[in-house]
Design a protein around this ligand. Structure first.
Ligand code: ADP
Ligand code: MG
Length: 215
């Protein structure tokens, strides 16, 4: 069954057409890589799939729900429960330590968080970082922390934007393996946007935005 259905989305910024009636779907439990060089629209597409940005035409259906028929509040709640996002800029809150960053989505959802954060720290093998501030973390550690935060509410979907572009080979492999582990053990459907060939080993399922719509 398709968990995510992207249906005929078009998006134009100024005179630049980013997508023209783009459709595809992602199976429940699948892993999709969205590839394309910088500027091809990867971030725009992920933001539309997460309901953070609206398409000019078309829609996105997640688990049977047309996310653009929801009100903004309903969509925010839907996102909090169903979609974990690892942003291109990682977006850890600088004033909060690792524990507090990971606790954020749990607190927003009104859930108990202390034990769950410990469980997540253990799962991501970053127990030692619990009280560290983001500025003290390496790139790989930040990415683990961001992924822990993304899966905190056990979302059906994790969307990650260029998660390995600033990492060395070893950390890239670690992050790729972590996505595979989350996918296999938790059944999470994963969408990764990247122009990094080193992460392609995690799936055969690739959507290429390589050819622009106006070329
Ligand atoms: N809010 C925006 N306003 C205008 N142009 C934008 C905006 N967001 C992205 N773009 C443009 O859309 C194109 C695709 O951007 P983006 O989705 O960030 O691509 P990628 O993530 O593949 O690098 C780029 O040309 C970018 O400059
Ligand atoms: Mg991008």
């Amino acid at each position: 069954m398709s968990l995510i259905e992207v249906k005929g989305i078009s998006k134009t910024y100024g005179t630049r057409k980013i997508f023209d009636s783009l459709s595809f779907s992602v199976e429940s439990g699948g892993i999709l890589i969205v590839e394309g060089q910088s500027g091809r629209g990867k971030t725009t597409l992920l933001h539309i799939m997460a309901g953070l940005d609206e398409p000019d035409e078309g829609t996105v259906i997640i688990n049977g729900t047309d996310i653009f028929r929801l009100s903004e509040n309903q969509r925010a709640k839907f996102r909090l429960e169903k979609i974990g996002i690892v942003f291109q800029q990682i977006n850890l809150i600088e004033d909060l330590n690792v524990m507090e960053n990971i606790a954020l989505p749990l607190k927003l959802a009104g859930k108990r968080w202390k034990e769950r954060v410990d469980e997540l720290l253990k799962y991501m093998k970053i127990e030692d970082l619990k009280y560290q501030m983001p500025s003290a973390l390496s790139g790989g550690e930040m990415q683990r922390c961001a992924i822990a935060r993304a899966i905190a509410n056990s979302p059906a979907i994790v969307i990650a934007d260029e998660p390995t572009s600033n990492l060395d080979d070893e950390n890239t492999r670690n992050i790729g393996d972590l996505f595979l582990k989350i996918n296999r053990e938790l059944g999470t459907t994963i969408v990764v946007a990247t122009h990094d060939p080193r992460i392609h080993y995690i799936t055969k399922n690739v959507l290429s935005l390589e050819r622009g719509v106006d070329e």
